[in-house]
Unconditional design. Sequence first.
Length: 156
Amino acid sequence: MAKAHKPSTLGIILSAVAGVGFVLAIVGLAIDAISAGASGLSMGIGLFDLKNTGTSIPGELVPAFGTISFILAFVSCLLVVLSAVGIVKLPKIVKIVLSTLVAVCAVLTVVFAIVLVGQLNSLFGEGVSLYKIAAGPFLLAIGAIAATAPLNFLKD
C-alpha cells in the first residue's frame, strides 16, 4: 500500500463527482422503476419488485443488472477516492475495463426496463398503456456512470 499524500484540487473535484454519482445511483435503486396506473390512479413498482412478470424478458434481468451497476459504481467511487489521495494506483487497463463494465450494465438496466414496460403493455392489447418507465433506472444508470467516469481522469 502506498503512502497517502495530500490530494490535488482535481482529485478532490473528481472524488466529489464520484460521490454525487454514487448518491444518484442509490436514489435510482431506491425509487420506482416502473409506474402503473389508469384513470388517475397510479402506483410505483420498485426495481426489486419486478418478478414473475409473464413476459418473454424475465423481470429479474432489470434488478440483476441494476445491482451489478450499483456494486461496480460503489467500487469505482471507492477507487476514485483512494486514487485521489494516492493510496491506490490502478493500471490504465483496469480503469478502462471497469468503466466499460459499468457503462454496459447501466445501459442494459435501462434497456431491459424499457423493453419490460413495452412487453407489459402488450399483455393488455393495442392502445392500452398502463405501464410507464419511471426515473429509477435512468438515475441508476446516470449515477453509476458518473461515479465511474472520474476514474479515467485521475493522474497516476
